[in-house]
Design a binder for this molecule. Sequence first.
Ligand code: FAD
Length: 401
Amino acid sequence: MSQIVVIGAGQAAASLVAKLRGQGFDGQITVIGEEAAPPYQRPPLSKAYLLGDMALDRLYLRPESYYGDHDITLRLGCRAERIDRAAKQVQCGGDAVPYDMLALTTGAVPNRLPNAIGGDLDGVYTMRSLADADAVAHEFRPGARVLIVGGGYIGLEAAAVASKKGLTVTLVEMAPRILQRVAAPETSDYFRALHESHGVDIREGCGLERLTGDHRVTGASLTDGTELEVDFVIVGVGVRPDIALAEQAGLEIDNGIAVDPEGRSSDPAIWAAGDCASFAHGEGRLRLESVGNAIDMGELLAANMMGAGKPYVPKPWFWSDQYDVKLQIAGLGTGYDEIVTRRDGDGVSFWYFAGERLLAIDAMNDPRAYMVGKRLVEAGRSPAKAAVADPGTDLKSLLQA
Ligand SMILES: Cc1cc2nc3c(=O)[nH]c(=O)nc-3n(C[C@H](O)[C@H](O)[C@H](O)COP(=O)(O)OP(=O)(O)OC[C@H]3O[C@@H](n4cnc5c(N)ncnc54)[C@H](O)[C@@H]3O)c2cc1C
């Protein structure tokens, strides 16, 4: 009977093992996870869960009983320390766990501030895991002063929660604008205005020089010369793929664990999916940090471990919740040369075009625009720009054109 071992008990792992059982794999499945919790969804950690609007058990991707019921062994609270490729074994908590096929779904690790500028002071938090969210929760007291470092989605979501809870919020972004790495200026402008209307002090083109305090952070010096008094700090300055084990095992690394179109690493018995894995895309390699990618790659691995031979076709989508705005994104905007704006009631959407080709859409409180844009992007079809911009155009007609 063959044995599949999965390292990393997160979003991709949960999809992979459910799909394996769903399509009739009857060998042994072991999932090794460093965190104590069974696989859970991370997005609410900076949204509803942080706000206190979501109970812990709703974070779990499946009830704990699911794993036992499907004969899936979870080894939680156990970091896999080493892969012995010759012996086909994983070292974990003093045991050697044998595998026939191994999947790496190790996710990503958050970047931290250097200790030299106060990154190791108490009261400085990152937001990656349930433990991180639980550790910071008690700091969200009305009137507390929080500095958020980094104007990406996690920083902005944390700012929205803090503002809603009555904290005084300052957010610094070193780049000229928030969301610069991931979105067009139109989307940055929208979210800057949204946050400012809720009293958040957004400072763009402004870095953190250093945090100050004895053991615990009490202040921050910013590159624009401001000295701030702060009660705590949230750091949202990106993540890097968790390649520690893959590197130790001598697998090919290129912007993450390099996998072939089927999801196999440079060792044919070892596969990878989710935030840690990079796949060929255009001239280079792409790594997507999103739930959709983790689910799709996890399921792809399950199919291909059983011999389906299917190539990965990414269908990028993402969302973010801030205040009463739901942002939904489909496609990848990289390489756009024009943004077409559509306004529809309270909703607005930005459509990314390269020439006449539609690449992506950012829709704010406009789920219909998002659904239509997503279907068009995935089908490789492009609507006329004038029709998109015209609020009188019935969106569905764009699908029929
Ligand atoms: C706060 C937050 C908000 C987010 N919001 C959104 C959103 O709105 N929309 C969206 O699409 N995406 C969002 N994301 C991103 C999304 O959650 C990730 O892309 C997704 O979780 C990736 O899944 P994964 O399985 O690759 O990795 P993960 O879910 O990170 O799981 C990897 C697991 O592997 C474990 N691990 C690593 N090394 C080892 C080892 N050696 N031994 C054992 N275990 C190990 C880790 O501890 C971790 O538990 C958000 C992420 C965060 C942190």
